[in-house]
Design a protein around this ligand. Structure first.
Ligand SMILES: C[S@@+](CC[C@H](N)C(=O)[O-])C[C@H]1O[C@@H](n2cnc3c(N)ncnc32)[C@H](O)[C@@H]1O
Length: 319
């Protein structure tokens, strides 16, 4: 059984590589912290049949509602919860899971979300400046774009978008206020900084980094990732695997550093001549470098282009 294609526009990224990393087995317990269109979840359930179970989380109620309708054939093997992954411990407890043999984070947004102009996530079509994945969040992108002081807006665009022209963009936004929608915002950024093709690279749309910054800030994406990774490690059974797909360098840096810390036994400062912490490594890294999509996948799914997969295995305490 696999996810029926008519139910979602989303094509799961690095699917074969995720299955290799998580190595699902019959009877295993799995956590998909970013259920989305359910493509990875369905593949994990298929690979862990006949009795593997999976808890799927998403903070977007539309993803949970769609999954509940279209993956119903998995019956009690699949539990779904509208929960942000930084609350995954509570969701696991209420669904009756005390540990997992595999945990997946597939960060970012699904095609169902990106292609829906009403969500305001993309500069490619006009929509409201919303960007909330969870409609109950109180602050939308319009509150930041139309409400922040120029300095604070520039700092946000620089920090979360790594945008070198953040000050020019913030000034243009403040002069144009109120900014009504995504098309107006994208146009005014393009007018302020223009296209900047980089040698040897495809030009990216000038609004790309500012939109990334606003989405990250509205949804507190980096804070949620920090907290979610900690909670995932705590619930990973010995020998269990964790796999994280990130889509930009800010996310990937958090995952890389956290995995490296957890794979190191000693956390003493480098100036100490001998180890005083008696620390133990908690993870074994599966590969030194992240896995990236190959040409065949990129041809079929250009949205996979910035995906990076990092994976690791939980070590036995005391091993
Ligand atoms: C790239 S999609 C996942 C696609 C999915 N793996 C599939 O195969 O269809 C990312 C999903 O993560 C969800 N998401 C983002 N941040 C989240 C968070 N903090 N907690 C739970 N879900 C989150 C988004 O709403 C979106 O549905």
């Amino acid at each position: 059984m696999s996810a029926p294609s008519a139910t979602t526009r989303h094509v799961p990224v690095l699917l074969a590589e995720v299955l290799t990393a998580l190595a699902p087995r019959a009877g295993g317990r799995y956590l998909d912290t970013t259920f989305g269109g359910g493509g990875h979840a369905a593949a994990i359930l298929d690979a862990s049949g006949p009795d593997g179970r999976l808890l799927g989380l998403d903070r977007d109620p539309a993803a949970i509602e769609r999954g509940t309708r279209h993956l119903a054939a998995y019956g009690e093997r699949l539990a779904l919860s509208r929960t942000s992954f930084d609350q995954l411990d509570e969701a696991a407890r209420s669904a009756g899971f005390d540990a997992f043999d595999g945990v997946l984070f597939d960060l970012g947004y699904s095609s169902d979300q990106l292609d829906d102009p009403a969500r305001g996530l993309s500069f490619r079509s006009d929509g409201p400046l919303d960007m909330r994945l969870d409609p109950d969040l109180t602050e939308a992108a319009s509150d930041l774009v139309n409400g922040l002081a120029e300095d604070a807006l520039a700092n946000l665009i620089y920090r979360f978008g790594e945008e070198p022209a953040s000050r020019r963009i913030a000034r243009a936004i403040v002069q144009a206020r109120p900014v009504a929608g995504t098309a107006q915002l994208a146009e005014l950024i393009a007018a302020a900084i223009g296209f900047r093709p980089q040698r040897g690279r495809r030009a990216i749309h000038p609004a790309t980094r500012t939109f990334q910054a606003l989405r990250i800030a509205v949804n507190d994406e980096l804070g949620a990732l920090d907290r979610g990774l900690d909670k995932a490690l705590a619930l990973l059974a010995p020998g269990g695997r964790i796999a994280v797909i990130s889509f930009h360098s800010l996310e990937d840096r958090i995952v890389k550093r956290r995995f490296q810390d957890w794979a190191r036994a000693c956390s003493c400062p480098p100036e100490l001549p001998i180890c005083a912490c008696s620390g133990q490594a908690r993870l074994r890294l599966l590969g030194r470098k992240p896995t990236e999509p190959g040409d065949a996948e990129l041809q079929l799914n250009p949205r996979a282009r910035s995906a990076r997969l990092r994976a690791a295995e939980r070590l036995q305490p005391g091993a």
